[in-house]
Ligand binder design. Structure first.
Ligand code: NAD
Length: 515
């Protein structure tokens, strides 16, 4: 199976020209072309079954342990971005629902969850983790349907990591006094948690698991384009026998999130999303005694030195920017490559990109799925057009885009300068900007020339250079000779406009304790 033998076609010119639309989704995965004289191999379709998940026509809010419609009856549709088909109608929470959820969370905090011994709280977290594992296939299919991400990523990354977070923080629940935050660290109360659409279940786990382990109760607001796995997680909470009100899920758009953030009953706000909304939330919370953590955007440098093994670096570059369609806050969206190896790295990268398969997210062979929404697709189009207008050279492999749905071909820009918008602004799509450098000092200067500071990658044979670079780079997470590796024990977070506070590991507990 699988050719992996596609033609490198740097001469094929602009991506827009090669990214044709027209195939039906079942036959959508773009087939890499064979090199002259080589046999043409085709992938047989390998669809995961959609039947493992049953999607209800309507979903309510999860408040005080039960599902209920919004007080004013408002709903909105959530759509499969690969086909534009509506999947379900979902309740849109208004002010009365926010009041009810925060009230339920406050009651559960005072009467049940905070007084409960940590060893008892841990049992619930372990149960949730095990349920996530048992229902992993169902969660993975639902995530791919609602988000558009390839099933192999939801199946092998999102869902296992979400379960791992619950397992990890379950282990901390009865050991908080040994976490390094004093002999008697206290929870904060009710956490209002607002999350984005790029890793819907995983972001919910990042937020809920440490908060619950520390003894807080939660009101979670998933993104409006991807509410379904958070609602399935609410069902898992019911299944695990979690006391009513400990976890509440309010679906809705930005206005629901804003109402939650400003609610006086919320004592801790945790937000993951865009820098723009993060700044607005910081303004709302300023002057109150709410504790705040912000996980915002990024524009990471993935830095390749001339002594790096080229093929491995190319895999790391691909993983860095094309994983999850580039909808990754820590994506390696700026490739900084040492000038002496720039041509060969770009040539090998283009050859590798020609083997990627774009199409049906439920096909197990798919590498690149759908863009999550029309709005996000418009943003990617706008910024890539700006890249061309500013004089960078655009390239995409030959790639047939499905006729329906939101799609964008993997795209590489060369000839990018630091002042270009595509080198400065977060595109949040499968678009790589390539810049070059000559010396390590120049690499550091260019990498740090960003308002963000979430992550970076270093590819080199020399350990001493890795350590020196890591000390110079202003980024919360730095990977060496790998990229996009996540572990619940490892803290994650940013500098500057990438936000503040850390999630994951022991550090992630501090955000939910009165320390
Ligand atoms: P977004 O900021 O538009 O929305 C994020 C969430 O905030 C959604 O649930 C949305 O409904 C809600 N929201 C919108 N306006 C609000 C308001 N005024 N008050 C309260 N809540 C509001 O971001 P997005 O487009 O969904 O997500 C993409 C962004 O998230 C990217 O910039 C990405 O880098 C960032 N992100 C960061 C991390 C990280 O850990 N640093 C992780 C994932 C995504």
């Amino acid at each position: 199976m699988g050719s992996g033998k596609a033609r490198s076609s740097p001469a094929s010119g602009r991506g827009g020209a090669t990214a044709d639309r027209g195939a039906a989704l079942g036959e959508s995965a773009s087939e890499p072309a064979a090199r002259p004289g080589e046999p043409i191999w085709h992938y047989a379709p390998a669809p995961e079954s959609r039947d493992v998940v049953s999607i209800e026509p309507e979903y309510g809010l999860f408040v005080a342990g039960t599902f209920r419609p919004a007080a004013d009856g408002r709903t909105f549709a959530t759509v499969n971005p690969a086909t534009e088909e509506p999947l379900a109608q979902v309740a849109a929470a208004g002010q009365a629902d926010v009041d009810a959820a925060v009230g339920a969370a406050r009651a559960a905090y005072e009467q049940v969850w905070q007084p409960m011994p940590g060893s008892e709280r841990a049992k619930y977290l372990y149960r949730i983790a095990r349920q996530l594992q048992e229902r992993a296939r169902e969660f993975a299919v639902l995530e791919s349907l609602d988000n558009g991400k390839p099933i192999k990523e939801s199946r092998d990354v999102d869902i296992p990591l979400a379960a791992a977070h619950f397992f990890y923080y379950a282990g901390w629940a009865d050991k908080l006094e040994y976490a390094g935050y004093g002999p008697d660290p206290r929870p904060l109360g009710v956490a209002g948690q607002v999350i984005p659409w790029n890793f819907p279940l995983l972001m919910a786990a990042w937020k809920l698991a440490p908060a619950l382990a520390a003894g807080n109760t939660c009101v979670l607001k998933p993104a409006e384009t991807t509410p379904l796995t958070a609602l399935l997680l609410a069902e898992v909470c019911q299944q695990a026998g979690l006391p009513p009100g400990v976890v509440n899920v309010l679906t809705g758009a930005g206005d629901t999130g804003a109402a939650l953030v400003r609610h006086p009953g919320v004592t801790k706000v945790a937000f993951t999303g865009s820098t723009e909304v993060g700044k607005e939330i910081a303004r709302t919370v300023a002057g109150t005694d709410k504790k705040l953590t912000l996980e915002l955007g990024g524009k990471a440098a993935n830095i390749v030195f001339d002594d790096a093994p080229v093929e491995q670096a190319v895999e790391g570059i691909v993983n860095g920017i094309f994983f999850n369609q580039g909808h990754v806050c820590c994506a390696g969206s700026r490739l900084l490559v040492q000038e002496s190896v720039a041509d060969i790295v770009v040539e090998r990268l283009q050859r590798r990109l020609a083997t990627l398969r774009l199409g049906d997210p439920l096909d197990k062979n798919t590498d690149i799925g759908a863009i999550n929404s029309r709005q996000q697709l418009d943003k990617i189009n706008e910024l890539t057009q700006a890249g061309e207008a500013e004089g960078a050279q655009r390239w995409s492999p030959p790639c047939q885009l499905p006729a329906k749905g939101y799609w964008f071909a993997p795209t590489v820009f060369t000839g990018v300068s630091q002042s270009h918008r595509i080198a400065r602004e977060e595109i949040f799509g499968p678009v790589l900007s390539v810049l070059t450098f000559r010396t390590p000092d120049e690499a550091v200067a260019k990498a740090n020339n960003t308002p963000y500071g979430l992550s970076a990658g270093i590819w080199t044979d020399k350990g001493s250079r890795i350590l020196w670079m890591a000390q110079q780079l202003r980024a919360g997470v730095i990977w060496a000779n790998t990229y996009n590796r996540f572990d619940p024990a490892s803290p994650f977070g940013g500098y500057q406009e990438s936000g503040y506070g850390r999630e994951g590991g022991r550090h992630g507990l501090a955000a939910y304790l009165n320390v």
